[in-house]
Design a protein around this ligand. Structure first.
Ligand code: HEC
Length: 107
């Protein structure tokens, strides 16, 4: 089966079971790079300080951030405020990892 047809079939299958792939803005994001950037920029280290040692407690799906666009926006805001000089695709990669591991927004 040609790849495009296989991808289409997979998409239909996932769609029909209600199991959607990642939000459109995270499609094609470089997850390996995202994980690396999260380590390099000490995201977890600082969050752990703020939460009494539980780095992931800072991620609260549905509290302030309610969709993928807000999540990406929040990472962009950290980027600016902390002066991290991340490129747009870096911000997307980081947000995609956070979504996969914590927020699980579908759109
Ligand atoms: C110098 C400390 C510090 C660093 C470094 C830092 N953060 Fe944060 N971050 C915070 C604090 C403090 C909050 C909580 C802000 C609040 O509740 O108003 C936060 C909140 C967040 C939130 C929102 C959580 C939610 O669900 O409301 C996200 C997403 C986030 N940070 C991502 C990142 C990422 C990604 C990095 C690394 C690129 C990073 N942060 C680096 C201090 C930091």
């Amino acid at each position: 089966m040609p790849r495009a047809a296989a991808a289409l079939l997979l998409g239909l299958l996932l769609g029909s079971t209600g199991l959607r792939a990642e939000p459109a803005i995270f499609q094609g994001a470089d997850l390996a790079m995202g994980r690396k950037l999260i380590q390099e920029n000490r995201c977890d280290a600082c969050h752990a300080e703020k939460t009494g040692g539980k780095p992931h407690a800072i991620y609260r799906p549905g509290k302030r951030l309610t969709n993928a666009g807000y999540l990406r926006g929040m990472v962009e805001q950290c980027n600016t405020e902390l002066g991290l000089s991340l490129f747009p695709e870096d911000v997307t990669a980081i947000a995609a990892v956070l979504n996969l591991e914590h927020y699980r927004f579908k759109d």
